[in-house]
Design a protein around this ligand. Structure first.
Ligand code: PRP
Ligand code: URA
Length: 209
């Protein structure tokens, strides 16, 4: 069973509250999302393995630690997942970035794929899928399936706000994928928007409405 990690650090909760407010504009919304992604990334990478490395400081030789094991890839679900990439890149500058383009059909709420471009060696990497909103879970589940079809077997899903319906769906369809969230909200409304949520994340990031 996949694990659900709710990263409810006070700094993250405070920043998320500002993002939720309807009067928060695109510039602040983007900056806060970037900052939260970095803070969440810090927790998401907490269990990465370390190995010893012999180095020489200006004073003496010593053995220090460096991250070992798989290299990372960040895969945002377009569009809104893009808003979390820069924060993670600040933390892991050498991570490669792939893109999966999905949008929810406005009537059926089912995801439609329109783009997929991934690093060639994606199957050898620890993949962090980003998307601020986990609503029905349809987009996340489709993105995870696309990655698995390409051989990925070490994937983590990083979202900002999740609805119970979406969390359950990801856990049911992808029990091997751990989910990282800043908040679990109450429910979905009749348009499959998260309540209380923060509205349409893509529109708020890019100012399209
Ligand atoms: C939003 C969001 C997720 C998806 C979540 O994207 O960024 O990708 O909806 O909903 P789900 O869990 O029910 O699939 P949207 O389809 O609005 O596209 P956009 O990011 O281009 O605005
Ligand atoms: N997509 C969003 O951007 N917001 C929601 O609440 C649900 C799906």
């Amino acid at each position: 069973m996949s694990q659900l990690h709710v990263i409810n650090h006070p700094m993250i909760q405070h920043k998320l509250t500002i993002m939720r407010k309807k009067e928060t504009g695109s510039k602040d919304f983007r900056e806060l999302l970037k900052e939260i992604a970095l803070l969440m990334g810090y927790e998401l990478t907490r269990d990465l393995p370390l190995e010893d490395l012999e180095i020489e400081t200006p004073i003496c030789k010593t053995v220090a630690k460096r991250i070992s094991g798989r290299k990372l890839a960040i895969v945002p679900i377009l569009r809104a997942g893009m808003g979390m990439v820069e924060g993670l890149q600040t933390l892991v500058p050498v991570a490669k970035v792939g893109h999966i383009g999905l949008y929810r059909d406005e009537e059926t709420h089912n995801p439609v794929v329109y783009f997929c471009k991934l690093p060639e060696d994606i199957q050898d990497r620890l993949v962090i899928v980003t998307d601020p909103m986990l609503a029905t879970g349809g987009s996340a589940c489709d993105a995870l399936s696309m990655l698995k079809e390409r051989g990925c077997n070490n994937i983590r899903l990083m979202c900002l706000v999740g609805a119970p319906e979406g969390i359950e769906r990801v856990q049911r369809e992808h029990p091997d994928v751990d989910i990282y969230l800043a908040a679990v909200d109450e429910k979905l409304n009749q348009n499959a928007y998260i309540v209380p949520g923060l509205g349409d994340a893509g529109d708020r990031i890019f100012g399209t409405k």
